[in-house]
Design a protein around this ligand. Sequence first.
Ligand code: DQA
Length: 155
Amino acid sequence: MAAKALKTLWLLHGVNLDMLGRRDPAVYGSMTLSELEAYVARHGEAHGFTVRSFQTNHEGEFVEKLHQLVVDHADAAIINPGAWTHYSYALHDALELLTAPVAEVHLSDIENREEWRRISVIADVVDVRVSGKGAAGYLDALAALAKLTTGRPQP
Ligand code: DQA
């Protein structure tokens, strides 16, 4: 029997997440971004995903990456947009274009920090939301996305 093709999952990190490892480890953990990306890629395979990673500090580049996912028919995405989560309607509108399932993940518990972090302007255009579980939250997202993509017809 032919080997089952892996699905493509994009792992997108936004503003300031390139500084993981230097940001307060009590809030964000001690992994660097490349360690986190490798961790998600490793576990992604077990869920049938080839994980591709991208990070930018530029909102327009993040939006353009989302457009690319639409054009390329990506199978799934995990996004941690950092502070853009709380105010970027541009991100909201770009996410609205995606038909693939998307998980919004935050390392920290955004519900129990400053008031302004409780607002996610993208909450209504994602399929899965995880926060406050550190790196393990990305594994929850992988598992949820694997379920959502199982049996999905190829576009
Ligand atoms: C974050 C939470 C955001 O409020 C913050 O601006 C970040 C990281 C998280 O992963 O916990 O940069 O998305």
